[in-house]
Ligand binder design. Structure first.
Ligand code: HEM
Ligand code: HEM
Length: 222
């Protein structure tokens, strides 16, 4: 067995904060749905801000956060799948080519979940998303149905996500959760650590995401 090296930085703080805040806020949106519309929408707007930030960070963030570093073509995906059953932990930082598909699917579904909520109207027209005035009542109801259906798909995807993490932990003996909390992981051969990212990129990302979420919450009214 090879000796393990010192822990290397694999996830930056914005990615980790994004992830755990996303989990917490989706939980709040779920628990408040149909009970408190104020809490539900606040959690939902915050999720929008988080996902907008993550899309920005996927373009300008540190190496493992970037879409260009983990979104791979069919050849890389197939090659990864061929070795996925091996009982050895992976030796490269960041999302693997198959995990990348689930990351994109989760982000897309969370976007569908939140954007359909914005146009949703409940059955008596009292609880509505901030953009529901842009559509007819019937259309608003359609959005509400898609909103509910999207959540069922999201639950399935999250189930698969957690099952995959358990598979890595139990079968491949690779703890993925620890690095998503601490940001660091040990490897048995040297890997490139995360480089630093200029702080202005973080500030611009926060400004864009908060600005957009606020504008949406106000229905784009000044
Ligand atoms: C990830 C974030 C979100 C999740 C997980 C979520 C989940 C849900 C769920 C499960 C329901 C169905 C509740 C029931 O059974 O009665 C619901 C209803 C609703 N949600 Fe969301 N939602 C989210 C974001 C939003 C956002 C951003 C808005 C817009 C402010 C919104 C507006 C609504 C409305 C108006 C309803 C009521 C629809 C009806 O009664 O048919 N949601 N949401
Ligand atoms: C609402 C539930 C959840 C959603 C929507 C979700 C979504 C995501 C997303 C979008 C990523 C990609 C992170 C990024 O690059 O920004 C991710 C990664 C990850 N998530 Fe979750 N997640 C959820 C629940 C959980 C839970 C409960 C756990 C722990 C048991 C977990 C553990 C992880 C880990 C370890 C990674 C990194 C995987 C890797 O190393 O490639 N997630 N998740």
């Amino acid at each position: 067995m090879k000796a393990e090296l010192k822990p290397t930085a694999v996830w930056d703080l914005p990615v980790r904060l994004f992830h755990w805040l996303l989990v917490a806020l989706i939980l709040v949106a779920w628990l408040s749905a149909g009970k408190s519309m104020t809490v539900h929408s606040l959690a939902g707007y915050s999720v929008i801000a988080l996902v907008v930030f993550r899309l920005w960070w996927g373009l300008v963030g540190s190496s493992t956060a970037r879409f260009s570093s983990f979104v791979r073509g069919p050849r890389a995906i197939l090659s990864y799948l061929r070795h996925m059953g091996e009982r050895t932990p992976g030796q490269s930082p960041g999302h693997n080519p198959v995990g990348a598909i689930s990351v994109l699917a989760l982000l897309a579904l969370v976007l569908i979940q939140t954007s359909t909520g914005l146009f949703s109207v409940d059955v008596d027209g009292l609880e509505s998303g901030p953009l529901s005035a842009w559509v007819s009542f019937d259309m608003g109801r359609q959005f509400a149905h898609i909103h509910e259906f999207a959540f069922r798909i999201l639950q399935v995807l999250v189930g698969v996500h957690i099952a995959a993490i358990l598979y890595y932990a139990i079968w491949k003996r690779e703890n993925l959760v620890g690095p998503m909390i601490t940001g660091r992981r040990r490897f048995s051969s040297p890997v490139t650590s995360l480089g630093s990212v200029p702080v202005w990129r973080l500030i611009v990302g926060i400004a864009i995401s908060l600005g957009l979420a606020l504008a949406i919450a106000r229905g784009f009214r000044v």
